[in-house]
Design a binder for this molecule. Structure first.
Ligand SMILES: [Zn+2]
Length: 92
């Protein structure tokens, strides 16, 4: 019992000693967009970033070469926009 009380007092004294020193910094909190992995200090910005990414809803082959895969595909996104993608880096 006595030992326990003494330990607690010592613990408090240690804290009091540290009170004059700079406080340890609060843990860093950040929020990450799950789609692009960009990090934000504010949660609402991460939520807005996630919502800003367009989701493909359909893909249509537009141009073929001698290779089996299409060279150009047209992707339609969930906001109705369409964008062409070329297989330049895919060897297609
Ligand atoms: Zn994002």
């Amino acid at each position: 019992m006595n030992q326990s009380r003494r330990s607690r007092k010592k613990y408090r004294n240690n804290n009091a000693h540290q009170a004059g020193q700079p406080k340890p910094e609060a843990p860093l909190v950040f929020y990450r967009c799950p789609k692009c992995m960009h990090m934000f200090d504010i949660r609402a910005e991460a939520v807005a970033c996630e919502a800003s990414h367009l989701i493909p809803v359909s893909v249509k082959a537009k141009r073929f070469t001698i290779k089996p895969y299409p060279y150009t595909v047209e992707v339609t996104f969930n906001n109705g926009e369409k964008k062409d993608y070329n297989a330049e880096s895919l060897g297609g």
